[in-house]
Design a protein around this ligand. Structure first.
Ligand SMILES: [Ca+2]
Ligand SMILES: [Ca+2]
Ligand SMILES: [Ca+2]
Length: 527
């Protein structure tokens, strides 16, 4: 890689920021549960661990003091403006291998079983070892650090057009010539979004464990590897990776990597899938999750591949961009994925990682995003709700004021309607399920309707028939645990809100349609 390409890569990185925050459209999400499920899932691993388990075998990354190939390149780049020569890089890789071989006996004497070795992104080995022996490993000469290898889950929350990708295309191109690695559940390279046949048969008839002649690589997905194999799940202590050469996204746990890859660099499918942020870029599918979902601890291996795809110790063939829409709740900069991410970033490789979608929890940036120079992308709003300009309730006085609003899943957008300003009027009947008897009072106002009895689509239609300018639905208190703001769907799905009887109504996600379009307000506030 040369220095001159860095400017281009920086611009592409801006375009790819979205990749760790991509999401299904809000109307495809089970919006009310997505935030809490994600949060609970991601904490269960922390809170569910017993002391007994901790005292048993733990997976650690033992980092040695000989510089990795990337660290050699960082030093050489700073001194000369270029990477070390291929021969120098391979010689460094050999030195790293020598040190690891020399250390293997002393690791074994402490009961540490080597799971994998890395030499490009970081010089170290993943080991399975009794927790009692960790301090002894730290004391070994030549050991630089010993850190827990974290397990990662998929993160994926937001969407492409929202960040204005077309403006980047106009200014900087569509990513042509850039190699983008997607470390995830694989990529369905048979999908039309990547120039594949686009048929169910093409996917289902593809054996996910072998590469049938002529199926892979493709013109768009130019390489990759499956480090996990079909059945791996790091949450299951009896599970072991069964790597295979085919990184196709497959099985009930699949879809995430394909979605991320499509968001990053898909070419689009007219009428059904929009193009990704960098549709001109080439993709590399680096698979670290099993086909049934679960979590992974193989990301550092995937980074090693992304930084040296042919594994010869010479980084000349490194990818330009590495996307990881995954992570752990709380990051550790000594996790091997974070070390490799930092070293890659130091070399000008764009590393984009999800900081997590855990909401406003202090210090909850995850690994590998915790690497100081990785581009760490977070959702600033749980659930990825988009705050827009406010709407103004002008009456009654007890609730009058400005409210933040977010666009929901209805047919009319805020962009087309402009700001909303009107009085809130209780409907009769309060549930808005049958034609309003106070339609005249509601006409031109914001209809205030209690949740329940009928679905939102009915309430919407009733309010629209009365001439309401917008609709706010407040919770009926049926489930007091439902307190998080949400975006409501307009397809009739029942979506919970919250009522606080002592204070009147709490808006836990008010769905209002200006001109009967769909918008959801997401701020909680008592009426
Ligand atoms: Ca195959
Ligand atoms: Ca496979
Ligand atoms: Ca290489």
């Amino acid at each position: 890689m040369d220095h001159h390409a860095l400017g281009t890569r920086s611009r592409i990185a801006t375009a790819l920021l979205v990749a760790s925050l991509v999401a299904l459209p809000t109307w495809l999400q089970a919006a009310e549960t997505s935030v809490k499920r994600s949060f609970n899932e991601r904490f269960s691993g922390l809170h569910g661990q017993t002391l007994d388990n901790i005292r048993r075998q733990v997976e650690m990354f033992v980092r040695f003091d000989q510089p990795s190939v990337s660290e050699l390149n960082v030093a050489t780049l700073q001194a000369t403006g270029n990477f070390a020569s291929p021969a120098e890089q391979k010689a460094q890789a050999a030195r790293v291998s020598q040190q690891q071989a020399a250390m293997s006996d002393s690791l074994a004497s402490h009961g540490a079983k080597i799971l994998s070795q890395q030499r490009v992104g970081a010089n170290g080995v993943r080991v399975l070892v009794s927790a009692d022996a960790v301090e002894s490993l730290r004391a070994l000469p030549g050991v630089r650090s010993v850190a827990r290898v974290q397990t990662f889950k998929k993160d994926n929350i937001d969407s492409v057009p929202w960040i204005g990708a077309p403006a980047v295309w106009a200014a900087s191109g569509r990513g042509e010539g850039v190699k983008v690695g997607i470390i995830d559940s694989g990529i369905d390279y048979t999908h039309a979004d990547f120039g594949g046949p686009g048929t169910v048969a093409a996917h289902d008839n593809n054996d996910p464990t072998i590469i049938e002649p002529g199926t892979f690589p493709t013109a768009k997905v130019k390489g990759g590897y499956d480090f996990a194999g079909s059945n791996y799940d790091a949450d299951d202590p009896t599970s072991v990776p069964t790597p295979d050469p085919d990184p196709i996204d497959y099985g009930p746990g699949g879809g995430h990597g394909t979605h991320v890859a499509g968001t990053a660099a898909g070419i689009g499918v007219p009428g059904s899938v929009g193009p990704g942020v960098a549709p001109g870029a080439s993709l590399y599918a680096i698979k670290v999750f099993g086909d049934s979902g679960g979590s992974t601890n193989l990301v550092s291996l995937a980074l090693e591949w992304a930084m040296d795809p042919n594994g010869d110790g010479d980084m000349s063939d490194h990818l330009d961009v590495i996307n990881m829409s995954l992570g752990s709740p709380f990051g550790d900069p000594n996790d091997p994925s974070a070390i490799s991410s930092q070293n890659a970033s130091d070399l000008g490789i764009i590393v984009v990682a999800s900081a997590g979608n855990e909401g406003t929890i202090p210090y909850i940036t995850g690994s590998p995003a915790v690497a100081p120079e990785a581009i760490s992308v977070a959702a600033s709003r749980p659930g990825g709700n988009h705050l827009y300009s406010r709407f103004n309730a002008t009456a009654p006085a007890s609730v009058a004021g400005l409210y933040e609003s977010a666009e929901g899943a209805g047919p009319v957008t805020l962009a087309s309607t402009g700001p909303i300003s009107a009085a809130l009027v209780n409907t009769a009947p309060a549930n808005g399920c049958t034609p309003l008897t106070n339609a005249a009072a509601v006409s031109g106002k914001i209809a205030l309707v209690i949740r329940g009895t009928c679905n939102f689509t009915v309430k919407y239609q009733v309010a629209a028939a009365a001439g309401a300018k917008a609709l706010v639905v407040y919770n009926d208190g049926a489930d007091p645990t439902r307190v998080d703001p949400i975006i409501m769907a307009a397809d009739g799905t029942t979506i919970p809100l919250r009522q606080t009887p002592s204070k009147g109504v709490t808006f836990a996600g008010c769905f209002y349609w200006s001109s009967m379009g769909g918008h959801a307000r997401t701020e909680r506030r008592s009426v």
